[in-house]
Write a protein that binds this ligand. Structure first.
Ligand code: GH3
Ligand code: MG
Length: 318
């Protein structure tokens, strides 16, 4: 899952997958007034389209010449970014065995051809409503209410998963833990509401920087944020840290009580490791935390890197 959810006001996106153009056309006729319709003629196209569009719902044929609908569904369910999309099988297969296998593969519903327009419309509407409700619940559960970035719960759940993925694929994984400098005195001088606005602006600047597939920003606690960088080694993470520091500087928020700058600044601890090393996700997090502390000790408004959890600390002044 990712910390992005479809807007409740946007027209829902439907992906129709079938090797029969006539059937796709029929679905288009039925749904074009209410939904944005996309189509795929085979399993490969379906997976590519799903990854690109992240549709709200997929109508999936069971029997197709290349990858079967069953396998397409299984692969979608294995991909955390796509697993929550409801898949409705639409097929000429009427036997109970196919139906139960399709539902076991993760299908949300099973509709037999020839379809009745009113029935297929009602079922699609029901599943879209359920999906919208589930999206709202996930947003409440996983997004930070003040800043809109992923929350600590999301981070905790995804750190372990990303650690496991990096180990499996022998890829490096990096973490940046960052904290606003002298934020207590910012609040003391300008008030808590201004403090909240500052937090929102900083979170927005962090979030706005380009991200790759599995990367994300989360609010780790009070005025502390964490950035997870998949398949990113230490030099890569240091470039990212410098970009984050610059992005916050570009906000140019006046800080009347800071002793390091006239503007709001951040300190950043960076930790990185390579897959295969006998470390844990928790140790990586501890390493980033130690480096954040080192950056604070060294004067704030700077980046402190560690090559791995046992690595030597060093501080990069601004
Ligand atoms: P340092 O440079 O060492 O990080 O000092 P600091 O003042 O930033 O750190 P400290 O931990 O002493 O203070 C953090 C402050 O952040 C205290 C707390 O009131 C404030 N804070 C935490 N969460 C929020 C929030 O949601 N809104 C506002 N306005 N302030 C918050
Ligand atoms: Mg602070």
């Amino acid at each position: 899952m990712r910390a992005e959810y479809s807007s409740p006001t946007a027209m829902p996106k439907l992906l129709v997958v079938d090797d029969q153009p006539l059937f796709i056309q029929t679905m288009h006729e039925i749904f074009r007034d209410q939904y944005e319709i996309f189509m795929a003629r085979n399993g490969e196209q379906a997976l590519a389209q799903a990854g690109r569009l992240c549709p709200d719902l997929i109508l999936l044929d069971l029997n197709m010449p290349d990858i079967s609908g069953m396998e397409v569904c299984q692969r979608l369910k294995q991909n955390p970014a796509l697993a929550d999309i409801p898949v409705l099988f639409v097929t000429a297969e009427e036997d109970f065995e196919s139906e139960s296998l399709a539902l076991e593969a993760g299908g949300a519903d099973y509709i037999t051809k020839p379809v009745n327009p009113a029935v297929v419309r009602a079922r699609v509407r029901t599943h879209l409503t359920l999906k919208a409700q589930a999206d709202q619940l996930r947003a409440l559960a996983y997004l930070d209410g003040l800043t809109g970035v992923a929350n600590r719960r999301y981070f905790d759940q995804h750190l372990d998963a990303e650690w496991a993925r990096s180990q499996r694929h022998h890829m490096p994984l990096s973490l940046i833990l960052l904290d606003i400098d002298f934020f207590k005195t910012y609040n003391d001088h300008l008030g808590h509401i201004a403090g909240d606005q500052c937090l929102k602006a900083v979170a927005g600047a962090l979030q706005a920087l380009p991200k790759r597939g599995h990367d994300f920003v989360a609010r780790y606690g009070g005025e502390e944020f964490v950035v997870l960088l998949a398949d990113c080694d230490l030099p890569c993470a240091l470039r990212k840290a410098a970009a984050l520091q610059e992005a916050v500087a570009q906000l140019a928020i006046q800080h009347p009580a800071s002793t390091v700058s006239e503007l709001v600044t951040i300190s950043l601890g960076v930790a990185s490791t390579v897959a295969g090393a006998a470390h844990t996700a928790g140790e990586l997090l501890d390493a980033a935390d130690r480096q954040l502390y080192a950056a604070k000790q060294a004067g704030r408004n700077r980046i402190s890197p560690a090559a791995d959890h046992a690595g030597t600390a060093g501080s990069t002044p601004p």
